[in-house]
Design a protein around this ligand. Sequence first.
Ligand SMILES: *Cc1c(COP(=O)(O)O)cnc(C)c1O
Length: 405
Amino acid sequence: MPGFELFGEEERKHINDVMDTGIIMRYGFDGPRKGIFKSLELEKKVMEVFGCGYAQLVSSGTAALTTVMAALNIGAGDEVIMPSFTFVASFEAILSVGAIPVMVDIDETLTLSPEAVTAAITPKTKCVMPVHMCGSMADMDALKAICAEHNLILLEDACQAIGGTYKGKHLGTIGDAGTFSFDFVKTITCGEGGVVMTNSKDIHTKCDGYTDHGHDHLGVDRGTDLHPFLGYNFRISELHAAIGLGQIGKLPTILGIQKKNHGILKSYLEQIPEISFRSLPDPEGDSHSFISWFLPTAELAQAVVAEMKAQGILAGNFYWFDNNWHYVRKWQHLQNAVSLNNISEAQKTALLALKDKDFSTSDAIMSRCVSTSIALSWTEEQVHDKGAKMAAAIQKVLEAASVEA
Ligand SMILES: *Cc1c(COP(=O)(O)O)cnc(C)c1O
């Protein structure tokens, strides 16, 4: 899964280009930088590789979400519909622009349930934000239709789905805008970084200014830039962009290895009739960074996780239901609205209401789900060994359960 597993000469070469000029900032210093613009170069690559009209690099995936929400005019009091299963960054970004995260159930795609989205729409709803979790996609046609019918913004959090596609289009380029994260554990990494992708010149121009203090980047030099609106500093550095340039060239290799290893692991798991798999709205578009599978019951899933732990083969297997970072059940700080500074009454009320919200549909799915992350560094022998050991552990638990029953 993570690009850091394939780290080497290419990244070093781009870093050295930057070190040779000493200009590690992306803007200005046009003389001494001797034509080296790593951030611009990476933005062009992102547009080319993923097929979007515009790309704005930023300092993180979280910053990408915050930036694009501001550019999309999502702000105080607006409701953003998002899934109960995601990384905490998704709601952090919504809160950061003053908006209200409206968490709704997922379905067996492990992403937004279109029915749950429709049921959650109110006059305050401004945006629907699917999160393409664990390398694979939400049902984009259904979500697009809902957004079109209700005149809502469709914003894709594709931070975990770099290289995944839906009906031939890259995830993150289908809605009004989309984001990737290039943090250290993502499919390709800059160390820290992220990108906003869109086909709208207007959204892009706003993102460009917002991430650099609102500077309009139209002055004859940096000091003469004007400020058509307020902004922040979410800039990426040239060193981070340099690493990203090394990484993006390896994406086809990364996706190829993921697909191969995923296929081998799946060949073991699919021999067990009790195991089912995450449903994929477009199976061709899976990035294969994870394989997500279900046991028939929560008890069996927990027993399998315990058995894999006892056998020392749990590494790389995620039981999200008990995970502190990715599932609403464990986001106590959010449910208690524990903020260091004052937040608006509207945000506080919405967050405190989460404690009593019924997520039983999501619970019924997540409590049966295990996701296995697909490493790039495994040898073929190691993948076969992993598959065989996981299958044996699962069979052991299933047999014990059937004896008991
Ligand atoms: C990683 C991630 C982010 C945020 O990315 P950072 O670069 O770590 O800030 C946002 N959403 C999802 C779903 C992620 O997995």
